[in-house]
Design a protein around this ligand. Structure first.
Ligand code: 5GP
Length: 191
């Protein structure tokens, strides 16, 4: 997506060899116009599959999930909550996800009542790295007896294996921008 690629090129930074910092418009300060356009792009990509709800994980996936859900005809957003303990209360689906950015294992959970069996679920997140977050969400959808109709990510890092893993699992993956490498703090973005 042209506008996202331009924002990354103008304002993104690389940290080390594998972390992308886009706090100026995606992760800390949110560019609302860009978020609305990204939501529309995901809706365009997945419209034929007619999602019943959009699923993400707190916190950084929520903004993109919200604009996507609005562009899909105001379907609900459900976000998985993170917890570092196994101390889960209530009737929930949960999965274990290793956090790439924080280096810890999180248990992500969703109340069972929010994912009806048979629902068509579109998963949306801000980044795709090793695919852990998306795989955890797919696991939750599977536990619910619902169906993942696709996975949309704003930014994919193509030098990490997430996309390939998810495609091998049989999912349609759409990335709006692809970072192909980081060199001396500069992001190499696919045109
Ligand atoms: P994965 O589970 O695919 O390894 O990583 C995806 C999750 O980690 C996303 O939810 C995102 O919040 C975070 N993440 C992974 N890589 C990056 C990165 O380079 N920059 C930022 N800001 N977040 C990242």
């Amino acid at each position: 997506m042209k506008e996202l690629v331009e924002a990354i090129q103008a304002q993104g930074k690389g940290i080390g060899t594998d972390i992308v910092k886009v706090d100026m418009f995606l992760n800390h300060r949110l560019d609302t116009e860009l978020y609305v356009k990204m939501g529309q792009a995901f809706a365009d990509a997945f419209a034929p599959e007619k999602p019943d709800l959009v699923l993400t994980v707190e916190a950084s996936g929520i903004a993109a999930a919200l604009t996507t859900a609005m562009a899909c005809g105001n379907v609900p957003v459900v976000f998985a909550k993170k917890s570092r303990t196994r101390n889960v209360t209530g009737d929930v689906y949960q999965s274990t996800v290793f956090s790439f950015t924080h280096g810890v294992e999180n248990h992500v959970r969703v109340a069972k009542e929010y994912i009806p069996a048979g629902a068509k679920v579109l998963i949306v997140d801000d980044f795709l790295a090793n695919g852990e977050a998306a795989q955890g969400l797919c696991d939750i959808v599977c536990q619910a007896g619902a169906e993942v109709i696709g996975i949309g990510v704003c930014v994919e890092k193509t030098f990490q294996p997430g996309h390939q893993k998810l495609e091998e699992d049989g999912y349609k993956v759409v990335a709006l921008a692809k970072i192909i490498g980081i060199r001396d703090g500069q992001l190499l973005v696919e045109d």
